[in-house]
Ligand binder design. Structure first.
Ligand SMILES: Nc1nc2c(ncn2[C@@H]2O[C@H](COP(=O)(O)OP(=O)(O)OP(=O)(O)O)[C@@H](O)[C@H]2O)c(=O)[nH]1
Ligand SMILES: [Mg+2]
Length: 384
């Protein structure tokens, strides 16, 4: 049997090396951290991850993509380069100073409680989280939380550990539920977000469900007047579902459109995708939403974005007064661990998840238990 051992400084790099050398069906037999003291291990670049893998073992591989689900491309990973031996004296001094400050920072963060090596069961789970697109920071934090509360004798029980991690993730997910309509009161809901995340498609799904399944009076307004094609996209859905639709390119037109939809149960408002960096456009959007007196402003984000991009975008869109979240394209994501930092950091409750291009079916109300399972790869986004 051909068994190979790979070493790299991060789990992602080590797994990428395995994939590259042994192919996507390789089975990971063992993973461990090697070669450094427990304290230094947590400094980026100082620890080494060792993965033992084989292409010959006949066990289900964690690399195999779920059916119909493309994996996020992993760029080729360079093997770590040896340290330069001839660094000038100043460089060495600078490196030592940098190292000292890293250690000082680490000591502050760990508050002198020296971390112990992760037991095998937890480390195995840790690699599974990394493979499910968790950031190393989020995976490590979960491992620390589990280790601090689980009886050491239970650390070998992979099933129980995963269950506890699922509970911890569930606690971090705030859920708002579906858009609640009150008879006799109109509710205005706007969808905002970066370009191409699925705002218009999600509006069509919501409109079709409230109109055709719940028999509510639904109207549409679009403030996406920059592109004719975008207006036509929404108009096509409005025609198919048989809904009134208004285009508002000025605050006055917005007031008029809102007036026209008096007596409706639900007004859904589509907006142009905005770059989160464009503060002027975000302010302009905010004033349109104010004019419409939107009751809910749902920020739509794609689950294909990286963990850091999701967090940054949510922060930038707080300028438009978002009140909730919709996550799209779960069906295309190679893993959903990248959602966790956003869900933890953002105070926005989650309303809906979308999992495909089909209108009106590929949408579901967000539930924390199911999303925790999805994030851990224990459930399929398209299963329902
Ligand atoms: N796989 C998948 N595709 C989706 C989903 N939601 C939307 N899409 C697709 O994403 C693409 C962009 O969708 P739009 O609804 O036009 O996105 P948008 O946010 O309105 O885009 P802009 O108006 O340009 O900012 C389309 O091809 C949709 O079919 C989803 O949940 N899963
Ligand atoms: Mg659109």
């Amino acid at each position: 049997m051909d068994i190979k051992t790979f070493r790299a400084s991060t789990m992602q790099e080590a797994l990428a090396l395995v994939r590259r050398e042994l192919g996507p069906s390789a089975a990971v037999l063992q993973t461990r951290e090697v070669g450094t003291s427990p304290l230094v291990r947590w400094i980026p670049g100082m620890r080494k991850i060792e993965v033992t893998a084989s292409a010959d073992v006949n066990v289900p591989s964690r690399f195999a993509p779920r059916p119909g689900m493309p994996r996020r491309e992993t760029p080729p990973v360079e093997a770590p380069r040896p340290a330069a031996h001839s660094a000038p004296e100043e460089d060495v001094k600078a490196q030592i100073e940098q190292l000292q400050s890293l250690v000082a920072d680490l000591c502050r963060r760990t508050q002198s409680s020296e971390r112990k090596e992760l037991p095998d069961g937890l480390f195995q789970l840790y690699t599974q989280l990394i493979d499910a697109e968790f950031t190393e920071e989020a995976a490590r934090e979960l491992m620390d939380r589990v280790r601090s509360e689980v009886d050491p004798r239970d650390l070998a029980d992979a099933h129980a550990l995963r269950g506890r991690v699922a509970q911890l993730i569930e606690q971090d997910i705030a859920v708002a539920g579906t858009i609640q309509l009150i008879p006799g009161q109109r509710k205005t809901v706007a969808l905002v977000g970066p370009t191409g995340v699925g705002k218009t498609t999600t509006i069509a799904k919501l409109a079709a469900n409230y109109r055709l399944r719940e028999k509510r009076r639904v109207g549409l307004i679009t403030v996406d007047t920059y592109r004719i094609a975008a207006v036509e996209q929404l108009r096509t859905y409005a025609d198919i579902i048989d809904l009134p639709m208004y285009v508002a390119s000025t605050p006055r037109e917005m007031r008029e459109a809102v007036q026209q939809l008096k007596g409706f149960d639900l007004v859904l408002m589509d907006t142009a995708g905005r770059s989160p960096q464009d503060e002027i456009k975000l302010q302009e959007l905010r004033s349109f939403l104010g004019e419409a007196q939107a009751d809910e402003v749902l920020l739509v984000l794609s689950s294909l974005s990286s963990a850091s991009a999701l967090r940054r975008t949510a922060e930038q869109f707080s300028a438009v007064g978002a009140t909730g979240l919709i996550l799209t394209k779960l069906d295309e994501a190679p893993g959903l661990g990248n959602l966790l930092p956003l869900l933890k950091a953002s105070r926005l409750p989650l309303s809906y998840l979308t999992n495909g291009q089909n209108v009106p079916d590929d949408i579901e109300a967000a539930e924390s238990k199911r999303l925790a399972k999805l994030i851990l790869g224990l459930d399929s986004p398209t299963r329902r």
